[in-house]
Design a protein around this ligand. Sequence first.
Ligand code: ADP
Ligand code: MG
Length: 296
Amino acid sequence: AIPLVIAISTERAASAGVLIKDRIALERMRSIDTVLFDKTGTLTRGAHTVAAVASVDGLDDGRVLALAAAAEARSEHPVARAITAAAAEYDDAAGLPLTGSDFSSAAGRGVRAQVDGTEVAVGGPNLLEEMSLESPSELADRIEEWTGRGASIVHVIADDRVIGAVALEDAVRPESQAAVKALRDRGVQVALITGDARQVAEAVGRELGIDEVFADVLPHDKDSAVADLQGRGRSVAMVGDGVNDAPALARADVGIAIGAGTDVAMESAGVVLAGNDPRAVLSMIDLSRASYRKMM
Ligand code: ADP
Ligand code: MG
């Protein structure tokens, strides 16, 4: 039988927007010493907007954006949504709209498609690395300026040649700051993990007061980061939203999925937050501590 206190706690959690799928999660939550947050879509809104576009050797920015948008047409990633929305609004987008075919995507890297007779790829640092390409030096100044402001950069590649870059901004959720501070006040360490570039991850970390930052992490390596922390004796709650977070959510001592996230994330987690408010993690720690104190 379920002890009464726990049944009540589970119910109370539900009314605070915390759906506890696995009762062990509630019990373990009181002894969590580290909360590892995914960045995109969890600490940030995951609603990117295109802040700037740059292209190489006099290529038209509108054309680069149009090619990128065509390649992103099938992707649900926030980066893809931002690029397709920006292309739709871009006045000079030469020859818009372009249509793609033979779409494929690689989680944590980017997308690829045939567009207008060329093989177009759009993606972050992991994609460039995978394709053994480097960001062109003529874009270096602008990219440095964008990343300095905390923007994420994706590169646009046509037939294995980088033709441009797009800067994307993703605002930190207003509740994230309070969530991080309150966790630290309770003696819980806070860390951040992302597939995004280090400069972006550190900019968000600075904004939120998180020193421990795992950046450039490929989707299948997110759970290794969790295992790493556990190997160092830490008891980890992982909070995430994406398909790429699922293995890490499953590996963590407590996996917490953001309600607005993907189904896969929710299936892998022991706890699902009804809303997008990271402060709900706190309510859960408090509830867990209170419930199990009563029982002991
Ligand atoms: P996070 O771990 O922060 O939730 P993801 O693992 O979803 O981020 O993505 C990591 C990086 O991979 C992104 O920052 C971006 O550079 C790249 N990426 C992923 N999907 C796409 C896409 N559809 N188009 C372009 N880039 C993408
Ligand atoms: Mg995410």
